[in-house]
Design a protein around this ligand. Structure first.
Ligand SMILES: [Zn+2]
Length: 75
């Protein structure tokens, strides 16, 4: 079954609501809105930059976006 990104409609092959591009864009927007979140994720971001962590980065980004969605719903 094909899942489509809720933002751009591109097919995604991982769990989550957004493709990796939209997740990353969303992440940056969130960091601008919530500097505290950026601080909390700073370590993970450094980890994610390593090429060997590419798969991990996808997972983390998707998980992060899900967490942020929950955060925004709670407001
Ligand atoms: Zn997308």
């Amino acid at each position: 079954m094909a899942v489509k990104c809720k933002r751009c409609g591109k097919e995604i092959n991982h769990d989550g609501e957004y493709c990796i591009d939209c997740s990353r864009k969303g992440m940056q927007e969130i960091f601008q809105k919530y500097p505290d979140v950026k601080q909390a994720f700073k370590e993970s971001i450094e980890e994610m930059k390593k090429p060997e962590n590419m798969k991990k980065m996808v997972d983390n980004t998707v998980r992060f976006m899900d967490a942020v969605q929950g955060l925004q719903k709670g407001k």
